[in-house]
Write a protein that binds this ligand. Structure first.
Ligand SMILES: Nc1ncnc2c1ncn2[C@@H]1O[C@H](COP(=O)(O)OP(=O)(O)OP(=O)(O)O)[C@@H](O)[C@H]1O
Ligand SMILES: [Mg+2]
Length: 618
């Protein structure tokens, strides 16, 4: 057989084999085109399950008269121009094939009007070369595409079509998925001239859950746990139902494109298994937003799979993010954080008491830092309940105002007095006094040099005697000094918050001592059945998060009642590896410059017998 170029229609029909499987795939391509055209209203009319008619009307940008022919040609797209664009795709379409393919296996007419045109035009392709005819038509701004008699000229394909009902159910399902990809677009779906679905635009993000509930089931509004994680080029948000929920609607999106990606599903499944051991996944609607350059959407013709350039990282990110919210259905979990300081009046009138409501309002992850500030509302009876500024806990789990909060306030009182003294001094002392203080310090530094050997080991001289010690013995005092100066030690944020499951009782215990360990740099969100660790003290960062929380729990049980004992506890749990970290090096440099360090080190130092070494020289 000689080699010949295929006629346009045949070439397009072959291409259609990849993307036009059934009526629902036509609907997908056409609705995606409307979304790419910026439509805010889309009407989808179906007749006889899409066998007879699929009509999509939108109020998008429209297609200019002189581009209608191109729109129906293969490899014609307005969405990318170069390879560079292909690596940074922000539109749903980019292959320039859908209209040509659909048009080759149906009777397709395209009517459109841009807002700059006076009149609208209609195009349709015919014959083996798919020559396009254009004629005037009456049409508002926007585009209508009518697809009649799908597969009329490809009997093999037609044979695979199922009943009207089945084909329509595929379309209905598809529209549900699309409706959850764009809350801001109104979508109407009719079948045999009856309105079957009407999704009204939800432009306010707080209304998003209403559409999720309408599409995916009201369980999402009642029990759905809102999740929001990550930042910048990799973020995840969405809703997850509790384990055991009967609702198993599962939708995932990447950059607002519906997805059935193995990597994403694997990460979600693993998260559920690790937290609850459950094999059966409940419903979820998860959106992943990633820098388009980090993902390749040109993997599958129908674009429902992607390839992440850093698959492992994305997998683990999803895994950790989902683990934050997985909860058993029967749990007492209400998402009311123990440290939620919302006042009682507010709580009672707040309609958003559902987990979703709470997460949405941002309270759960919003750590009330102000509770550590000196509080005016602490009465002699302890923290005044229901006050936003008190150091107690919220709701039924409000911890009994323990003496800890008194102590912490006393501690702060001391700190702020010192601060005040410091400022007073700054305002009144004369320049001369300041100068002499500086000279004193310089002399002290010269005479008390500390030589650091490595990993914290050091040698210093004091009163003509040489000593060997380790900077760790000066840590507690140095930390104490930092807390006095800055209010607390600076914690180190985990790459992602880590959830550690605990009993209700242990959560209460931890909550009661929170004021203390927050000074050390811990940042914890305490729920009823778990804590979410956001920051660890820099010196404990190398510990496994779960064991850090377990040790913390032990300390809370002890309980440690003053800052000195908490600092000593922290020092005890600091792993040896910390002494080779950059954070420690910075701290060591500061200690080396502090004249008081020698005194602190002398408490635990060994004398170096110089005579002994000198003798060896002779
Ligand atoms: N509803 C619409 N409103 C405005 N322009 C449209 C619409 N539908 C199609 N177009 C235009 O026609 C072109 C061809 O559409 P087609 O769906 O064939 O390709 P594509 O969307 O660019 O890529 P893909 O094949 O990946 O869908 C689009 O690039 C766009 O410019
Ligand atoms: Mg398209």
């Amino acid at each position: 057989m000689s080699i010949e170029i295929l006629p346009a229609r045949l070439a397009n029909q072959i291409a259609a084999g990849e993307v036009v499987e059934r009526p629902a795939s036509v609907v997908k391509e056409l609705v995606e085109n409307s979304l790419d055209a910026g439509a805010t209203r889309i009407q989808i009319d179906i007749e006889r399950g899409g066998h007879k008619l699929i009509r999509i009307r939108d109020n998008g940008a429209g297609i200019a008269q002189d581009e209608l022919t191109l729109a129906l040609s293969r490899h014609a797209t307005s969405k990318l121009k170069s390879l560079d664009d292909l690596e940074n795709i922000c539109s749903l379409g980019f292959r320039g094939e859908a209209l040509a393919s659909i048009s080759s296996v149906s009777r397709l007419t395209l009517s459109s009007k841009t807002k700059h045109q006076e009149a609208a035009w209609q195009a349709f392709a015919q014959g083996r070369d798919m020559a396009v005819q254009v004629k005037p038509v009456a049409h508002p701004d926007g585009t209508t595409i009518e697809v009649k008699d799908l597969f009329f000229n490809t009997p093999a394909r037609r044979k695979f079509l199922r009943t009207e009902k089945t084909e329509f159910s595929h379309i209905d399902e598809l529209i549900k998925r699309i409706a959850l990809s764009r809350f801001d677009v109104s979508i109407t779906l009719t079948h045999n001239e009856k309105v079957v679905r009407q999704y009204r635009a939800k432009t306010d993000p707080s209304q998003a859950i209403a559409r999720v509930a309408q599409v995916a089931g009201k369980a999402f509004a009642e029990q759905g746990l809102h999740i929001q994680s990550g930042e910048g080029g990799l973020q995840l948000h969405g809703w997850v139902l509790p384990v055991g929920s009967a609702n198993t609607v599962q939708y995932t999106y990447v950059n607002n494109r519906m997805m059935r990606d193995k990597l994403i599903l694997h990460a979600i499944r693993q998260a559920f298994e690790e937290v609850s051991g459950a094999q059966e996944l409940p419903g979820f609607v998860i959106y992943i937003d990633i820098d388009p350059r980090q993902v390749d959407v040109n993997v599958h013709p129908a674009k429902h799979e992607v390839r992440f350039h850093q698959g492992r990282l994305v997998h683990d990110f999803i895994l950790q993010a989902i683990k934050q919210v997985v909860v058993p259905l029967q749990g007492e979990f209400t998402n009311e954080p123990l440290n939620n300081l919302a006042d009682t009046a507010f709580s009672q009138t707040d309609t958003a008491r559902s987990p979703t409501g709470n997460f949405e309002s941002g309270e759960v992850f919003d750590y009330p830092k102000s509770q550590l500030q000196p509080s005016h509302s602490v009465s002699s009876g302890g923290a005044s309940l229901g006050s936003r500024s008190a150091g107690g806990s919220g709701g039924a789990y409000r911890a009994t105002p323990s003496t800890n909060h008194h102590d912490i306030n006393a501690f702060y009182q001391g700190v702020s007095e010192q601060h005040a003294a410091h400022f007073d001094q700054g305002a009144h002392v004369s320049v001369g006094v300041n100068q002499s203080h500086a000279v004193e310090q310089a002399v002290a530094l010269k005479t008390v040099a500390i030589i650091s050997i490595n990993e914290g080991v050091c040698v210093f001289s004091s009163e003509q005697q040489l000593y060997c010690s380790h900077f760790k013995y000066a840590l507690v005092d140095d930390w104490h000094e930092q807390i006095k100066e800055q209010g607390s030690l600076e914690g180190k944020a985990l790459l992602l918050p880590v959830r550690v499951n605990l009993s209700k009782q242990d959560c209460e215990l931890i909550a009661a001592q929170q004021s203390w360990f927050t000074l050390l740099g811990f940042e914890l969100i305490i729920e009823k059945q778990f804590v979410m660790v956001k920051k660890l003290p820099a010196c404990l960062y190398l510990l496994d998060v779960t064991s850090a929380v377990e040790s913390l729990l032990e300390a809370c049980k002890a309980p440690l009642e003053n800052i000195e004992s908490w600092l000593a506890w922290q020092m005890q749990h600091t792993p040896a590896r910390f002494y080779s970290s950059n954070i420690f090096l910075a701290q060591q440099a500061r200690m080396q410059n502090n004249p008081q360090t020698i005194e602190r080190l002398r408490v635990k130092a060994v004398k170096i017998d110089i005579e002994h070494y000198l003798m060896q020289l002779d």
